[in-house]
Design a binder for this molecule. Structure first.
Ligand SMILES: [Fe+2]
Ligand SMILES: [Fe+2]
Length: 333
């Protein structure tokens, strides 16, 4: 027995139960019947398969406003005819990011929650909601992989880059520094589930993109609105139940989790630029001048405002260890 109260009173994972979260009550994430209409409303239950049309090759395959490097002078002057290919590569990177996020991170964490492999217990309804979330994420990964294969078949353009989004390496590095990697991965999952909603809403936006691309983004955004609330409630409940000496280092990990998720994937963007014909030095120049760290921080600060607000509500932002870490990585102000 490890002392987790509530729905689970026994625990066969004593090594994790002895760590953060031991003694917390079973957490609830079912505000306003969050997943009540899931069987009717979830994309996996109601959305059609999204299919590219042969005529879609005449459209931008990804919204231009989300691919700032196409505006760099080197691209505008020397490679304007390669912009459609760069948009296709951006679509691949977006889809690969999503497949990896869903299968390697969110569903890994959520499955562990369901199977009692984390020191965070869920109450009965929340446990079922977590299983619905696993179904959602598996479907998001599927429709992204499906759209990727359709796009390769339609355009004949092979994906460039490593095939491994950089955020996975950043998360591994964060977990390796932590004395509780499972909790670090839970924090990253919660942060990513809160941040993805905003980025998907941005992505749905303007431009002449194929109906299939627009549909995939809209299907995803609709489900993530529920996930956002689910993980925000879990994160809040988890932080609120930790003793003061444990919550400080845990909350102080959040800024690094935010950056690990939000920082641009320079490695793979450079590979895309080289795949359309830029030499290595030019590609590096485009990346450095487009994804200047200081400029990008404004966007990350804006996207992460809700997470800072959550910590303020829990009186954690004024705690030096937490506030100092946010300031040190320029996530406040
Ligand atoms: Fe998702
Ligand atoms: Fe999600």
């Amino acid at each position: 027995m490890c002392g987790i109260a509530g729905f689970f009173t026994g625990c066969e994972f004593a090594h994790v139960c002895a760590a953060d979260g031991a003694g917390c009550p079973a957490l609830s994430a079912d505000a306003a019947g969050l997943f009540e209409a899931w069987y009717d409303k979830a994309s996996v239950r109601r959305a059609p398969r999204r299919r590219l049309d042969p005529e879609d090759t005449g459209l931008d395959l990804f919204p231009r406003h989300l691919v700032p490097h196409i505006e760099h002078p080197i691209i505008r002057r020397q490679y304007p005819e390669r912009v459609p290919d760069l948009l296709t590569h951006a679509l691949y990177r977006f889809l690969s990011f999503t497949v990896n996020l869903e299968l390697q991170v969110v569903n890994d964490t959520t499955r562990k929650l369901v199977m009692r492999e984390l020191p965070i217990a869920l109450d009965g309804d929340t446990l079922l909601n977590a299983q619905k979330l696993v179904c959602d994420e598996a479907y998001h990964a599927l429709f992204c992989a499906d759209l990727m294969r359709q796009t390769v078949a339609l355009t004949g353009i092979a994906p460039a880059g490593t095939g491994r989004p950089r955020f996975l390496d950043r998360l591994d590095a964060l977990a390796a520094q932590s004395d509780n990697p499972a909790v670090t991965r839970f924090l990253f999952t919660a942060v990513s589930e809160m941040l993805i909603t905003g980025t998907l809403v941005d992505a749905r936006g303007q431009g002449e993109v194929p109906e299939a691309v627009r549909g995939v983004m809209a299907d995803h955004a609709a489900d993530e609105a529920r996930h956002h609330v689910f993980y925000r409630e879990l994160l809040t409940g988890f932080l609120a139940c930790l003793p003061a000496d444990r919550v400080r280092p845990v909350a102080a990990m959040l800024p690094d989790a935010i950056l690990a998720y939000m920082r641009p994937d320079r490695t793979n963007i450079r590979a895309e630029l080289m795949a359309v014909g830029l030499d290595r030095d030019s590609a590096q120049q485009v990346v450095e001048e487009t994804y200047d760290e200081r400029d990008h921080m404004d966007y990350i600060r804006a996207c992460s405002r809700e997470i800072r607000r959550l910590l303020e509500e829990l009186d954690l932002m004024p705690v030096a260890e937490v506030g100092d870490r946010f300031a040190a990585v320029s996530l406040t102000g």
